[in-house]
Ligand binder design. Structure first.
Ligand SMILES: Cc1ncc(COP(=O)(O)O)c(C=O)c1O
Length: 367
C-alpha cells in the first residue's frame, strides 16, 4: 500500500534521540529543556515569528492559543466546519461556543464573506484553518478581525512550509498553531508549537504549558502539563532541517500528478492561487457533481489497487453527534465537499513511478 502520508525518519533522528536518552535529561520541569529551547528558536526563525512555544500536540497548541487570546465561557469563536475536530474541540474546552461558517469551494478554506455575516457581539475570535496546507485568505480575515476588534488564531497544523503573500502562516494572525503528528510534513511523533509576535501572550502560554508556573510552586494561573519532551524536540530539530527537501519533493509529486490528472474533466484539481504557496500536506481532488456513494466506491477501488486514498473530512464537525447541539447549520459548500473530495499520496516517500501509477489508476477508476 502507498500510504497517504508516512513519517520520513532517517539515521540522524535516531542518533539525536539516542544522544538525548544518554544525556539523562529527558524533559524539564517548566517545559523548556535545552533541546526544546533549541527547537523553539529554530522554528521561530523558520516562520519569522518572535516567539515559539513547544507543546506536546497541535491540539494543546490550539487550547493554549484560545485561552491565551482571553476566550472564556460565554464567548463565541468563528471557524470552518470542514476541518479536523480538534479545531472546534478546543474552543468548547475553553468554555466558548463554536460558530461554524461555510467554505470557499475553490480553496476549501473558510469564506471571509461568510465570516463577516456571522460576526456578532459575542464573537471574540476567528479561528481560520490552512486546510490541506493551503493558507486561508488571511488578509481579508485580518481586516474583518480588526474592524470588529477580535482575535485571529490560525490553525496552521497542516501548513509547514506554506506562505501567503510571501509570508509564513501566522504573519496575519495573533497566534499560529502547528502540529508535528506523525503524518505531518515534519514530525516529532506527537507534538505541537504555537508561534506569536506578542510578548505578553507568549509569556502567558509558556506558564500555561506548565501548570501556570513561572517558577516552581508559584502557579500564577490555571495551566496544564503540555510539555514537549527533549526526545521529541531532538527529532523535530532534525526534521525542520530536512523540511525544505521534503517540501520540494511533495511539490514535485503534486505537479506531476496534476499534469496527468488534467486529462479528465471529471476531477477538480487542487489549486495554488496567485500569492499563495501550498505546503502540499494533502493533495485533494473533487469528483465533480458526484454522490457520496460513487466517491466512496472510487476510494475503495484505489485502496484495492494499493493506493492509500483517504477522505478528509467525510463528516463535517457541525454534523458530528456531540457538536449538533451548537446549532442547526446548513453549510452547502462544506457538505458538498465532504461528499465529493478525496486525497491522494504525494509525500516525499512516493516515487515518480508511483505517481504515474496513481494517476493512471485514478483515471481508470473514475470512468
Ligand atoms: C487542522 C488540524 N488541526 C488540529 C490538529 C491537531 O493536531 P494534533 O494531532 O497534533 O493534536 C490537526 C492534526 O492532526 C489538524 O490537521
Amino acid at each position: 500500500m502507498i500510504p497517504i502520508n508516512a513519517p520520513q525518519i532517517g539515521e540522524e533522528e535516531i542518533e539525536a534521540v539516542v544522544k538525548v536518552m544518554k544525556s539523562g535529561v529527558l524533559t524539564h520541569g517548566l517545559g523548556a529543556g535545552p533541546m526544546v529551547t533549541k527547537f523553539e528558536n529554530a522554528f521561530a526563525k523558520f516562520v519569522k515569528a518572535k516567539h515559539a512555544i513547544a507543546v506536546n500536540a497541535g491540539t494543546a497548541a490550539l487550547h493554549l492559543a484560545i485561552v491565551g487570546a482571553g476566550i472564556k465561557r460565554g464567548d463565541e469563536v468563528i471557524l470552518p466546519s470542514f476541518t479536523f475536530v480538534a479545531t472546534a474541540e478546543m474552543i468548547v474546552m475553553a468554555g466558548a461556543k463554536p460558530v461554524f461558517v461555510d467554505i470557499n469551494p475553490e480553496t476549501y478554506n473558510i469564506s471571509p464573506e461568510k465570516i463577516e455575516k456571522a460576526v456578532t457581539k459575542k464573537v471574540k475570535a476567528i479561528m481560520s484553518v490552512d486546510l490541506y496546507g493551503l493558507p486561508a485568505d488571511m488578509q481579508q480575515i485580518r481586516e474583518i478581525a480588526e474592524k470588529h476588534e477580535i482575535a485571529v488564531i490560525e490553525d496552521s497544523c497542516q501548513a509547514h512550509g506554506a506562505s501567503y503573500k510571501g509570508k509564513p502562516p501566522g504573519a496575519f494572525a495573533d497566534t499560529a498553531c502547528w502540529s508535528f503528528y506523525a503524518s505531518k510534513n515534519m514530525t516529532t511523533g506527537e507534538g505541537g508549537m504555537i508561534t506569536t509576535n506578542n510578548d505578553e501572550v507568549a509569556e502567558k502560554m509558556r506558564f500555561m504549558r506548565s501548570h501556570g508556573e513561572k517558577e516552581k510552586y508559584e502557579s500564577l494561573m490555571l495551566g496544564h502539563n503540555y510539555h514537549m519532551t527533549e526526545i521529541h524536540a531532538a527529532i523535530g530539530y532534525i526534521q525542520l532541517k530536512k523540511l525544505p527537501k521534503f517540501l520540494a519533493r511533495r511539490r514535485e509529486n503534486s505537479k506531476r500528478l496534476s499534469a496527468k490528472l488534467r486529462k479528465t474533466e471529471s476531477l477538480k484539481l487542487p489549486k495554488e492561487p496567485k500569492g499563495y504557496k501550498h505546503s502540499w500536506y494533502l493533495y485533494t481532488v473533487k469528483l465533480k457533481g458526484t454522490k457520496r456513494k460513487k466517491r466512496d466506491k472510487v476510494v475503495e477501488a484505489l485502496k484495492q489497487k494499493g493506493i492509500g486514498a483517504q477522505v478528509y473530512y467525510t463528516n463535517p464537525i457541525h454534523r458530528m453527534p456531540y457538536y449538533r447541539k451548537f446549532g442547526k447549520y446548513r453549510l452547502q459548500e462544506t457538505e458538498k465537499a465532504a461528499k465529493q473530495v478525496f486525497s491522494l499520496p504525494v509525500h516525499p516517500g512516493v516515487t515518480s513511478k508511483q505517481i504515474d501509477f496513481i494517476a493512471e489508476t485514478v483515471l481508470h477508476s473514475i470512468t
